[in-house]
Design a protein around this ligand. Sequence first.
Ligand code: FPP
Length: 248
Amino acid sequence: MNDPHVHRSLQEAKVPRHVAFIMDGNGRWAKNRGLPRSFGHASGAKRVRSVVEHAIDRGIPFVTLFAFSSENWRRPMEEVSTLMSLFVLYLEKEVKDMNSNGVRLKVIGDLSRFDARLQKLIAQAEAVTAHHTRVTLTVAANFGGRWDLVQAMGRWQAAHEGAPATDMTEAALQPFFSMAYAPDPDLLVRTGGESRVSNFLLWQMAYTEMYFTDVLWPDFTPDEFDRALAWFVETDRRFGGVSQKVSD
Ligand code: FPP
């Protein structure tokens, strides 16, 4: 993007620490080309690489992708298995490059429903990239925000047997969420024209700025990413308080 104002702002300060993506529009991208939906997902999986590389270029340390929601099991079996195969392929192909680019991979969600091979690949990929610090790439797979809340409360209770429910404060619960290792997202980007959160990171997005674009995920180029960052630069985050400009 060539807007000098945006360039300056991004360089100077207002780079989000954590950007989360809902990668929507793969199916329509394929349909527009008269191709089966699986081509759209394959194209979407390829897009992930340029997005992560661009996040590195822009100095964004946390990137989170909604790859497969708890609700996606309702899709036709064939499509579910395409998505699973793409995930396997992605892990097999990309881990080497993640290692050379300083990418730490994390996968969040209820992984127990995935087949044993995929679970093993995930565990291996997380282990071999665990020491990296440049960017943390989190892939949310069989993830739902409500599931995360319930599992966090369950784990809190198991760790505090017999404690009264009033001990379960926001701060006490925080370490039990799937993304306890990351700051809350500053920016959510949803491609594909819908304006909803779709049971993604519900707890963590209490103060997240939300950017919705009609661009379909396979078309979400680095320039489009910069457009979202430019929009973020212009937002005035008050976290329930008053604007800096007013309070100064
Ligand atoms: C939504 O498009 C997209 C998904 C349900 C899956 C996203 C998955 C990938 C991009 C590939 C795998 C991910 C990784 C990290 C390798 P849609 O099918 O709902 O599109 P539509 O709304 O146009 O039908």
